[in-house]
Design a protein. Sequence first.
Length: 265
Amino acid sequence: MRRITIIVAATLTVLATAVPAFAGAPEGPAHIALGDSVAAGSGANNANTGYVPRLSRYLRAVDCSDADAAACPHLQLIDYSVGGAKSIDLINDQLGPATNEIMTRATDENPNNDVEFITVTIGGNDVFAPVLGACSGGINDYCAATIGTVFGNYTANLSTILGTLRAVAPTAEIAIMTYDNPLRTCYLADLGLAPLADLVLEGGGPLPGGLNDIIRGVAAGVGGITVVETYGLLDSNDWVGGQDCLHPDDSGHLKIAKAFRSAMG
């Protein structure tokens, strides 16, 4: 009996020695998604056909590390995005958990489980309701002032979001998308508001710049941020449409996923 006990104890010692120190840590690298209902997959047919899960499935097939030629079959998707989120909501509700996840993975003893990809979709809800309410009658002084206030707040918030992400994840690939115009295929198009959305998104006429210009400018200012261009990408059959003036359908989410894939190389 004593001999058996010694053998068992020795075996357990060998097994304990063979277990890596990071055994309890997350096993694979991660893709973190942040944003609004588009990032959360609203308008898609099911949870697997939104642009974020489509993109993450593609990322599993690419190399996650310059030091390792293997692909990323164990890439984990962590999606913090929430329908209806504005940029301030992302800061208050998503940025903290995301940065904690990034830093935890970066400082644990597993060198292979860092956050490698971060995707962001935010800003549409910042402008939609306030600008629609202030500008449905045309671009007058009140409309212009509302747009100026909304744009100023969004610029500050997006600078915080992208600056924080780049600071805590200096080697991760961070990609943020611009917005296409969803009003062309919903009931608001019948009210003549689709051209207003084009101006708000891309600027022109009385607006020197639009929401997408803010995204491009802040990304350039932070540095090392990939901008995924989606303006003009989606066709009329790529939106839910009707009473839904915000969300792409399955084909739209697929086009957005492909745009991320191309921009991220």
